[in-house]
Design a protein around this ligand. Structure first.
Ligand code: NAI
Length: 324
């Protein structure tokens, strides 16, 4: 079984080499899969892809022509694949959950960094600046947190917030029954939350869920956390909100236009995304580059489930993690 593995990072390979089966041969490509690179998939049975590979109609047509039978996503989100166009052409499988704890805990790490100014303190003490001036923080106890999307990650995030003694408001298209959590409509969540954390998928409906209009409904000084998908937030509206101080802080693990810059060392290049450049210079904006999933436990689960998905499909013609 031949697998073309795109967008390989040095942390992927050891886990896939550990879990791959004897009959599998994996070719690791550093490049992302897109229209320019899909010819590299010729002669392979499976392409294994991540969040920023671009699997549009043209790429799918090419893969089908090369007789590639499966797109094995090694992530949960699938907004980068034209799912409808794949129907009856090629199977898509994903890893629905690899460590929801990893993402929920990263969102909390960013929030604590933000409200206690750890990012500033870390830099200061490195050069023996032990002044506390400007480092005043905020208690999380008693604050209202609005959680949009209460699936696997959102639920764990909520449980951690309960431990801090926070009041929980939630919005989900399909609400669950959660203790000490009040489901409200989006407008009320925007109006009453001190902190808002996004844990819903990126769909046509949620694209730019946070825009100029929704920001205008929020509390002065609201803190936004996005560990879900960049395009849930309209970046220019976010920047404007930061500049006008309507938004008191942003914790971003994802960014609308991240595919060209995240996951890579761009420190020797001129950043040509002005919005990202400005956002990263703001003292109250913390950016990590789609790092929330990156724990040993998650990487191990990703490799195991991806391999299992491939084996299941080739042995039985079915795969419980297929995306339709
Ligand atoms: P999940 O599928 O368990 O939960 C998503 C929740 O969002 C569900 O409860 C669903 O009903 C809700 N939802 C769907 N449409 C909605 C809408 N229009 N408005 C409000 N809620 C809506 O997914 P999970 O595992 O909790 O992941 C959430 C998101 O986190 C993923 O879609 C993915 O984009 C992101 N993610 C980010 C990672 C990172 O490294 N930063 C890693 C893994 C996932």
């Amino acid at each position: 079984m031949k697998i073309a593995f795109f967008d390989t990072k040095n942390y992927d390979k050891p886990f896939f080499e550990q879990f791959k089966k004897n009959n599998m041969k994996i070719k690791y490509y550093e490049t992302k899969l897109n229209e320019d690179t899909c010819s590299l998939a010729k002669g392979y049975d499976v392409v294994c892809v991540f969040v920023n590979d671009d699997i549009n109609k043209n790429v799918i047509d090419q893969l089908v022509e090369y007789n590639v039978k499966m797109i094995a996503l090694r992530c949960a989100g699938y907004n980068n694949v034209d799912i409808k166009y794949c129907k009856d052409k090629i199977l898509i499988a994903r890893v629905p959950a690899y460590s929801p704890y990893a993402v929920a805990e990263h969102a909390i790490a960013m929030l604590l960094t933000q409200v206690r100014n750890i990012h500033k303190a870390y830099v200061r003490t490195k050069s023996f600046n032990f002044s506390l001036s400007g480092l005043e923080g905020m208690d999380l106890y008693g604050k209202t947190i609005g959680v949009i999307g209460t699936g696997k990650i959102g639920k764990i995030f909520i449980d951690i917030c309960k431990g801090f003694g926070m009041k929980i408001l939630a919005y989900d298209k399909f609400p669950s029954k959660l203790e000490k959590t009040e489901y409200v409509d989006l407008d009320r969540l925007f109006c009453e939350s001190d902190i808002i954390s996004l844990h819903c998928p990126l769909t046509e409906e949620t694209h730019h869920l946070i825009d100029k209009n929704s920001i205008s409904k929020m509390k002065e000084g609201v803190i936004l956390i996005n560990t879900s998908r960049g395009a849930l937030i309209e970046s220019k509206a976010l920047l404007e909100g930061i500049k006008t101080k309507k938004i008191g802080g942003a914790c971003l693990d994802v960014y609308e236009e991240e595919s060209d810059v995240f996951f890579e060392d761009n420190s020797n290049f001129i950043m040509d995304d002005d919005t990202l450049a400005l956002l990263t210079t703001m003292p109250n904006v913390i950016v990590t580059s789609h790092q929330a999933f990156l724990t040993k436990e998650a990487l191990s689960n990703i490799a195991m489930t991806t391999i299992d998905n491939i084996v299941a499909y080739f042995e039985t013609g079915e795969c419980e993690n297929k995306v339709e």
